[in-house]
Write a protein that binds this ligand. Structure first.
Ligand code: UT7
Length: 316
């Protein structure tokens, strides 16, 4: 992983401003979720626009020209269009004319699923330089009459560049990914209709309590899977970079892992839940401010609509 980039919409919306739209309060949102603010996109800030900005920064950080990119995998639940894929709009915008691009739909787990696909393609020798992007504009699919969901999400994008390298097992790179989904739990968190069912609302629906109940257990098991597969223990982990949905879930998984809060990256207070963008945004933050250093072992985990969930272990 040689470069990380990000984009956040200019407009920041505080909890107090949300309380002007729905019957809620800063106290309730802070206490139940840890969220203090979120970014909401302007009309021109689409998933493609934000994804392209994040991709440009990731390439610049890696010092790699866009023409060297072989593939663009863009995880999103809020694409600009049903087709073409948002990834091809990013391709055109950044000038990655030699690449191929496609979108990946795994809701909040999309970035980890994208890493896994990119890693497999690199190991197969099919590609060398892959952009994995999470880009989301959930403000477009929120039901602003449902206070139980509309206060929880925000917009943003982040991207990483993965490059093929011949490295020893203990060297930098993606060490493992573990992916899961259970479609029997689809009713717990979904978008009501949209392109295939235009008569429906197209808005996000969630049974928050049930998702919460599943989250800590499933995330802890995905994290343990990563530890077992790599023959390591919690003591070997330098950083946990979790999906940023709710501080109580993040704390719960951190505790189960036995990691002190200083080794868990939290951005949910500033970004709220940005779905597929949340992990790379948190990674961006902690790499940029010098917390995550080269050589350190970083564990990622996510859970979202599907349900989908998974983990990834990487050495920076
Ligand atoms: O990224 C995808 C994964 N998604 C998640 O991980 C979300 C998981 N779920 C959660 O984070 C939490 O379940 C929520 C934050 C969504 C809700 O927290 P909770 O502690 O489970 O609250 P609740 O749903 O049990 O609601 C408690 C009370 C209810 O009132 P009554 O019935 O007890 O009188 C709600 O009506 O809080 C009320 N409530 C609110 N009050 C003020 C719900 N939303 C709000 C609100 N402001 N925004």
């Amino acid at each position: 992983m040689t470069g990380v980039g990000h984009y956040l919409p200019e407009k920041i919306v505080s909890n107090a401003e949300m309380a002007e739209r729905v019957e809620t309060s800063d106290d309730w949102i802070t206490e139940r979720t840890g969220i203090k603010q979120r970014h909401f996109a302007a009309p021109h800030e689409t998933a493609a626009f934000m994804g392209a900005a994040a991709a440009r920064e990731a390439l610049a950080k890696a010092g790699v020209d866009a023409l060297a990119v072989d593939a663009i995998i863009l995880a999103t639940s809020t694409p600009d269009q049903a087709f073409p894929a948002t990834a091809v709009h990013v391709q055109a915008a950044i000038g990655a004319h030699k690449a191929f691009g496609f979108d990946l739909a795994a809701a909040c787990s999309g970035f980890i699923f994208g890493l896994s696909v990119a890693d497999a393609m690199i190991r197969a020798g099919q590609v060398s330089n892959v952009l994995v992007i999470g880009s989301e504009v959930y403000s477009r699919i929120l039901n602003f009459e449902d206070r139980g969901t509309c206060v929880l999400f925000g917009d943003g994008a982040a991207a990483v560049l993965l490059q093929a390298r011949d490295v020893a097992h203990s060297g930098p790179g993606l060490l493992s990914t573990h992916l899961h989904s259970d479609g029997r739990l689809a009713e717990m968190l979904y978008v009501d209709g949209a392109v295939g069912q235009p008569e429906k609302s197209g808005k996000l629906v969630m049974n928050g309590r049930e998702v919460f109940r599943h989250a800590v257990t499933l995330l802890a098991s995905a994290v343990n899977e990563a530890l077992a597969a790599n023959n390591i223990t919690n003591k070997d982990i330098d950083w946990l970079v979790p999906h940023q949905a709710n501080l109580r879930i993040i704390d719960g998984v951190g505790k189960k892992l036995g990691l002190p809060p200083e080794r868990v990256v939290v951005t949910v207070d500033k970004h709220a839940n940005t779905s597929a963008a949340s992990i790379p945004l948190a990674l961006y933050q902690a790499v940029s401010d010098g917390r995550i250093l080269p050589g350190q072992l970083v564990l990622l985990e996510a859970l979202g609509g599907g349900l989908t969930w998974g983990s990834a272990l990487l050495r920076l």
